[in-house]
Design a binder for this molecule. Structure first.
Ligand code: ZN
Ligand code: ZN
Length: 644
């Protein structure tokens, strides 16, 4: 009799061959519609699976990632059944669950139309209502091949032929529908509450462009209509905020094929924001004890040999170029340049720490398939810095970097963070004592800030431990931005040294750090965080002053001149257009303030003020409007200061 152990500690025996569901019920767990599957000895399993060996069982519901996977995976089978019922000549291929959705690839002679999608969705919902029991059956390889061949499922046959001989092959049946699958699945189609098909796309069989094009359908499912609706609303919001869309609408950036994939053009309005980000970054770094440096975009290949990039990073680099008999390399990183600046002087222990910062543009080779707007590009500017310090300075330096990071990111409106500490991997360089010292220094720096962090044991770089920081945006999505990495390798490779108190040469510890990660990526995140409605201090145009008729042109021009002189980014709209259109356009451009001027305003020397969300802020004097701009622009981080 197999012994069953539950998570609550209960342990008991069940007759061999009893199902997982029966065992859970015997343990006092209600087997209701919310129970989706279970993990048996860590393995996700059908509730109907028979128990034959001792097992630790944990029920799976929709609140766990594994539970959701079974749910979405079963949903894709339901969709596939609907497709087969409506389009019997479509052939099944594969249908996995994704993080919060699912897809299925069908071999069919034409793409599915939106009308098809509507019909398939309706049929899928109906199949769920049929509450078909889902059963698993095992076949020998030969029988499985014959079974699916007879059903005309040639892709399934190809898959089975690739499986190892002698191992049983499972298929799942719901009503008339049978699919080759490893499982597990929900007990019945009726367990899927609310289902929605999202889009279609072409996809090559096995992801290989030499293979036939398949028709992919994406969908998602949730236990209730309310949860589904909330999810769909969030997807809409994500789409609405997509930085590629907003970047185009607000004329901030473009990526053009004539320039090259992954290479970004910053248009005047995007560049205006970048300038603000960069100016703020530079100012704060100088205040924070950094020295700013510049380095060229290319260097001799030999430099990248010394740094190890040629041996370990070549596939991420642009190809080298020949010039006057030597080879040159477009830079994938800034580190070697900063190292060479450090090396250009003899250093004493009293000179340390040395902190070099640079908004350094680097180029990396990424396959075109993985490029994504501003988030993944081939040319980008890192907000990079390298600290050279003594071992006893690591903790203070890392501590300062953490404060600085939270300050900089907080200024841009990010206040929720996830912190990860990654420790020594198996393959690594550097002395044990240095690893221990640096790792505990990083940990101490995090702990003293009372922040929760995740420990990634063995997840560090081969050259040193690191801290990664993810920020949470307005939609609750996490983005990796900041990184602080200790490096024992480069100081060795470049033979860096300083003269210690003992008069002898010692090797400094190097720390690489980027706070925003890259300006491009950070800007992409920023656009989505604000949906393009940047706070006043970052808005490329902070206000538009608009005349109702030509009569007010002179007054408007004077107001704009006065506001510009006060340091604000203000434009005049003197076009011969209706005021309603001018307001709509300024709102669409997400300009924080609109100052409307008619005859009445000219007479009283005032402005009629509107916010970008359509709010009427009443009438103000020009001085009052300037105060408003000043107050709003000051809501940025310039008002804050680093805690250190
Ligand atoms: Zn399946
Ligand atoms: Zn570096």
């Amino acid at each position: 009799m197999p012994k069953v152990t539950l998570k609550n500690g209960k342990s008991f025996e069940v007759p061999s061959g009893q199902s997982v569901a029966q065992a859970l019920a015997a343990g006092g767990i209600t087997v209701g519609p919310d129970l989706l599957a279970a993990t048996v000895n860590g393995q996700s399993t059908d509730l109907s699976a028979p128990l034959t060996v001792d097992a630790t069982i944990e029920p799976l519901r929709f609140d766990s990632a594994e539970g959701r996977e079974v749910y979405r995976h079963t949903s894709t089978h339901i969709m596939a059944q609907a497709v087969k019922e409506l389009f019997p000549t479509a052939q099944l291929t594969i249908g996995p669950a994704l993080e919060d959705s699912f897809y299925y690839d069908f071999a069919y002679d034409r793409p599915f139309t939106p009308e098809d999608l509507g019909k398939i969705e309706e049929r899928a919902r109906e199949i769920a209502k049929r509450k078909l029991t889902i059963t698993r059956r095992e076949y020998t390889k030969q029988d499985a091949i014959k079974f699916f061949k007879d059903r005309g499922e040639h892709y399934k046959v190809e898959l089975i032929e690739g499986f190892p001989d002698g191992e049983p092959i499972s298929a799942y049946t719901q009503g008339e529908f049978v699919d080759l699958c490893r499982g597990p699945h929900l007990p019945s189609t009726g367990h899927v509450g609310a289902l929605k098909l999202l889009t279609t796309a072409g996809a090559y069989w096995r992801g290989d462009e030499r293979n036939p094009m398949l028709q992919r359908i994406y969908g998602t499912s949730f236990p209730t209509k309310a949860e589904l609706d909330a999810h769909l609303a969030r997807l809409e919001e994500i789409k609405r905020r997509d930085h590629r869309k907003v970047g185009k609408e607000l004329d901030l950036i473009s990526i053009q094929d004539e320039i090259g994939p992954g290479l970004v053009l910053w248009h005047p309005k995007g560049a205006a924001i970048r300038l603000l980000i960069e100016n703020f970054w530079r100012e704060q770094h100088i205040k924070g004890g950094y020295e700013l440096v510049y380095s060229p975009h290319v260097a001799r290949l030999d430099l990248w040999k010394t740094s190890g990039h040629v041996d370990y990073y070549r596939e991420n680099m642009f190809p080298a170029m020949k010039l006057e008999g030597s080879e040159y390399q477009l830079k994938p990183m800034n580190c070697p340049y900063h190292i060479m600046i450090y090396k250009s002087h003899l250093r004493s222990y009293r000179d340390l720490p040395v902190r070099y910062g640079e908004l350094g543009t680097v180029y990396r080779y990424e396959r075109t398939g993985v490029l994504h707007g501003l988030l993944r590009v081939r040319g980008f500017t890192q907000d990079d810095a390298h600290l050279f310090c003594r071992p006893d300075q690591i903790e203070t330096e890392v501590s300062r970097v953490l404060d600085f990071t939270f300050f900089i990111l907080g200024t841009f409106g990010f206040t929720e963070f996830e912190v990860f500490l990654s420790t020594r991997p198996k393959e690594s360089v550097g002395a044990d004592e240095h690893w221990t010292l640096a790792t505990s220094a990083l940990e101490a720096a995090i702990k003293s800030r009372n922040i929760a962090y995740h420990l990634d044991l063995g997840g560090g770089a081969f050259y040193g431990p690191k801290i990664d920081i993810k920020i949470k945006d307005a939609l609750g999505r996490s983005w990796q931005c900041s990184t602080v990495q200790v490096d024992f390798n480069n100081p060795e490779r470049f033979e860096l040294s300083y003269i210690g108190e003992d008069g002898k040469a010692h090797q400094p510890i190097m720390i690489h750090r980027a706070l925003m990660g890259s300006i491009e990526r950070f800007f992409g995140i920023l656009i989505e965080h604000y949906g393009g409605a940047f706070p006043t201090w970052l808005a490329p145009v902070q206000a538009v002053v608009m005349a109702i008729t030509d009569n007010q042109s002179e007054f408007v021009a004077n107001v704009v001149a006065e506001m510009k002189a006060a340091g604000f980014r203000v434009e005049a709209d003197l076009r011969n257009e209706k005021i309603g259109l001018k307001i709509r356009e300024a709102e669409k451009a997400k300009t924080p303030f609109m100052f409307v001027v008619g005859d009445r305003e000219v007479q009283s020397g005032s402005l009629s003020v509107r916010g970008r969300s359509g709010t009427n802020l009443g009438t103000m004097t020009v001085a009052g409007a300037l105060d408003l701009l000043r107050a709003e622009a000051n809501k940025a981080g310039q008002q804050l200061s680093p805690t250190s």
